[in-house]
Design a protein around this ligand. Structure first.
Ligand code: SF4
Length: 195
């Protein structure tokens, strides 16, 4: 590139001016760094498990709000948990898009019930849903628990119901799930995540 004498003087003057400003503490980069706040500084961290697949990657949910009663909490950022042994902070594109899932208007947030023969789902309370599940579990077990096999050996098997735990279940949740269900005699048990 050819620089004219006039351009050379302009460039030199600009350089001297910028250097002088930086020496006086007016460096733009430094000024910006001083005023820019880290967006997660005041966020609350909650550790969780990605709900999508059986890999069971650990995630950290960052939420605004101090968890005070009646305070509205909003999740503003999700990232991989660097301390989690499964993913060491990494997430696949699906897990990295968890914020969209959390904010989706289609996300199911409450239990719903569709009565036999009906095409309509209606929202129900958690109490109602738990009572209903407990009733069906008890009725089915009372009716179908197999005490002895064909050889007369005591087996106490309950073969007519199964249980599938979700991928967001932790190791501890999986352990308790199996303990309780085995105590009931259930044999068809699976947990989507291998965490
Ligand atoms: S981040 Fe990806 S690989 Fe990990 S659990 Fe979620 S969907 Fe599976």
């Amino acid at each position: 590139m050819t620089v004219t004498r006039r351009q050379f003087v302009q460039i030199a003057a600009g350089g001297i001016g910028a250097t002088s400003l930086a020496a006086l503490g007016f460096s733009p980069a430094r000024a910006l760094a001083d005023t820019r706040a880290f967006k997660l500084t005041h966020a609350t961290e909650t550790r969780n498990t990605c709900p999508y697949c059986s890999v069971g990657c650990g995630v950290i949910l960052y939420a605004l709000g101090d968890r005070a009663k009646n305070a509205h909490t909003e999740i503003i950022h999700v990232e991989g948990d660097a301390d989690h042994p499964v993913n060491r902070g990494t997430l696949c594109p699906k897990g990295a898009g968890l914020l969209d899932f959390i904010r989706s208007p289609d996300r199911l947030q409450f239990p719903e019930y569709r009565a036999p023969g009906s095409s309509e789902w209606k929202r129900v309370s958690w109490d109602w849903a738990v009572d209903r599940i407990a009733r069906l579990v008890k009725d089915d077990r009372d009716k179908n628990l197999l005490h002895k096999n064909a050889a007369g050996v005591t087996v106490n098997r309950w073969l007519t119901s199964g249980f599938l735990a979700a991928s967001a279940s932790s190791n501890e949740t999986g352990y308790l799930t199996v303990k309780i269900l085995r105590a009931l005699g259930m044999t068809a048990i699976d947990n989507q995540a291998r965490v």
